[in-house]
Design a protein. Sequence first.
Length: 178
Amino acid sequence: MAEAAPTLKHWTGGPASNNMHTMTTVKPGSIWHIGFIVDNVDTAMADLTAALGLSWADIHHVKANLQGLDGRVYRVDSRVVFSVDQPVSIELIEPSHDTPLVRRGDSAFHHIGYWSENLVAEQSRLDEHSWPCLAYRPDDQGDRRIQLSEGPFGILIEACSTLASRPGLEHFYPDARS
């Protein structure tokens, strides 16, 4: 039997007559970055700087583990950089094969990142709305630093802990925006 196409219920967590604003606890303005998978961070930075005049934070070489809820450990080895001069940052990520940090289809678009105060509670909320967690990155204390969830049409969202330190990106934190 063919799988039914997503309906408005998939997006709102209930019938179309429900109030859509009750779907989420994500606060307006909490979206702070859009992530793209690029073959080479240096080349992509140069191209976007030439086209849009963007400025960039330092490039970070990320060697870390992502934990799958099924116990699988994804070993990430990637370079990542964020633009710093827009209300919403552009994140460029070099792919890390055999992890969730790879191109999804033909598009360079990878995820929308937003702030959350409690990633475990956020996972429960998203599970209720059919956005299961693919993997999360623990910090040195074992708390979740980021968490990737997948929704309808393969869209990924990345909940980012407001407790995680991101040197050079402090102005994107929710308290800094007020």
